[in-house]
Design a protein around this ligand. Structure first.
Ligand code: XMP
Length: 518
């Protein structure tokens, strides 16, 4: 029997902090289910959601600024425990009749917090009256609202944590969710387990069990189609649906000829042979390359690839017949109506996703991962028995190697890039970098340079290496790989890949550059 993992829920109200999603992830790490909603969510919606506790996130504003986000006083009348973090605490204090003041001395970074009350939030801290916490604020609370007492202070904040025990409302000036507050998780657990009385029953096992029940209830005996790319998200969607409905799931894998070395074979082996999924493999290399012939404009490449994909996918769906649902790997960060700054990335390149498909094809959507963060998707994949190579895959753009070959795409240029990319992937996987970075890949440039190999003058291609660190792909920084590793990559590529006589390293961050070159 499946457990109702959604009975014990926490609501995180987003006041615009860059850490809001991190708060939600930490709560889930404590095995309590939680969701993020914008600060101005309507009260009835909160009541319907029926959380056992509410967390008010931080935010970049000052409570006195004109555009300061605020929510209704009524949430304090719901008789639900509340924890305000940073701006969340200042806003709460201000709203409930306390006084917040701008200060010439803010607190940014690591600070010592001195605990004055070892119950509730700080229960279990008696052995450590002063702890390291991460602060990031200019304003501070000067007078507490009626009914509140101060429970901790720091050098620059005489009131750094507050509580109103009777109404179970708490506030902390620091960020318990960040790694720089080493005992932050204990504070969150005190709030979740002892104050909100939540049970830690949000586990991946229970999530999968629940999802399977839900999927079966919804789909009944209908057919579902899923575009499988071999990336983490679509792979986990496919594995989950396959476990729930078996052969009612039809996966379509389109080999567009723009994939990495051995990628198509790997996907066929894992899903076709190991999982014995109903996998339709479409070899469309020729039709894609034909349509891309002579095309050098990056946006045009993306549009051609997107359209061709949709055309082939629709055709396949028609051939299969009687399909009612389209499965998609939408994740929780795509669903959150966040008030946080999202970055301009989405509008800079037309991303080739299957987003336009459901309306066009008149299919109902099924998105079984829409409650999960990326790291949770990986755990789900692991529970569902997917191999590590798939679970730990780096993101790979829909238009594939087409946007990593600058200039015209030909079979010969694809083969050069594929070989170079395979070396990068193999060498980086051997190091600890692979699991720590966002992406590492090769790019084929549209220039030739002079070199000398043996006694011969060469005039060959240049490969650029792109290795970046990022949290979500919205911003990124280049990775300072050790010279020795860079040297090994360059050596191997120049020696082993015919047609390359020079390797360069891309040291641009995003912004102003983007991660992919096109
Ligand atoms: P950019 O190049 O915009 O990339 O900095 C940000 C992240 O998105 C990936 N990317 C794509 N993913 N379809 C995708 O599914 C696309 O068309 C696409 N273009 C870029 C890129 O690899 C990076 O991780």
């Amino acid at each position: 029997m499946s457990v109702d993992i959604h009975k014990e829920k926490i609501l995180v109200l987003d006041f615009g902090s860059q850490y809001t999603q991190l708060i939600a992830r930490r709560v889930r790490e404590c095995r309590v289910y939680c969701e993020i909603q914008p600060f101005n969510i309507r009260l009835e919606k909160i009541e319907r959601f029926n959380p056992k506790g509410i967390i008010l996130s931080g935010g970049p504003s000052s409570v006195y600024s004109e555009k300061a986000p605020n929510c209704s006083l009524d949430i304090f009348k719901l008789d639900i425990p509340i924890l305000g973090i940073c701006y969340g605490m200042q806003f709460m204090a201000h709203l409930l009749g306390g006084q917040v003041k701008g200060s010439s001395r803010g607190e940014y970074g690591q600070t010592k917090l001195r605990i004055d009350d070892f119950t509730d939030l700080f229960a279990g801290f008696e052995n450590n009256t002063s702890i390291d916490v991460w602060m990031s604020h200019g304003d501070k609370i000067q007078t507490m609202p009626p009914g509140f007492t101060s429970i901790a202070h720091s050098e620059n904040s005489p009131i750094a944590a507050i509580k109103d025990k009777e109404s179970r409302v708490f506030g902390i000036q620091f960020h318990p969710e960040v790694a720089h507050t080493p005992r932050g998780m204990e504070i969150l657990k005190n709030f979740l387990y002892h104050i909100c009385k939540c049970l830690p029953n949000w586990t991946m096992e229970s999530f999968i069990e629940n999802s399977i029940d839900e999927i079966r209830r919804e789909i009944k005996n209908k057919k579902v189609i899923c575009a499988l790319s071999g990336g983490v998200d679509s792979s986990v969607v496919a594995a989950l649906l396959h476990r729930a409905i078996g052969d009612q799931l039809v996966c379509v894998f389109v080999n567009n000829g723009l994939l990495r070395k051995n990628e198509a074979e790997e996907v066929r082996a894992v899903f076709g042979r190991n999982y014995k999924m109903n996998l339709h493999y479409i070899d469309a290399e020729n039709s894609f390359l034909q349509k891309l012939k002579g095309v050098t404009d990056p946006e045009l490449k993306r549009k051609i690839i997107g359209n061709e994909f949709i055309y082939l996918f629709e055709k396949e769906a028609e051939d299969i017949g009687e399909v009612e649902y389209l499965a998609q790997g939408t994740l929780y960060p795509d669903v959150i109506e966040s008030v946080s700054f999202k970055g301009p990335s989405a509008t800079i390149k037309s991303h080739h996703n299957v987003g336009g498909l459901p309306e066009k094809m008149n299919l109902k959507l099924i998105e079984p991962l829409r409650e999960l963060f990326k790291d949770e998707v990986r755990i789900a994949g692991s529970e569902l028995g997917l191999p590590d190579e798939i679970i730990n895959r780096q993101p790979f753009p829909g238009p594939g190697l087409a946007v990593r070959i600058l200039g015209e795409i030909t079979k010969e240029r694809l083969s050069i890039l594929r070989e170079a990319d395979a070396i990068v992937s193999k060498e980086i996987r051997k190091t600890a970098f692979y699991s720590r970075i966002w992406q590492s890949f090769a790019v084929l440039l549209p220039v030739k340079t002079v070199g000398v190999m043996g006694d011969e003058r060469t005039y060959e291609n240049v490969i650029a290496l792109r290795v970046v660190q990022s949290l979500d792909g919205m911003t990124a920084d280049w990775v300072k790989l050790p010279y020795e590793l860079l040297g090994r990559l360059a050596n191997r590529i120049i020696n082993e890949v015919k047609g390359v006589n020079r390797v360069v390293y891309d040291i641009s961050s995003k912004p102003p550059s983007t991660i992919e070159w096109e």
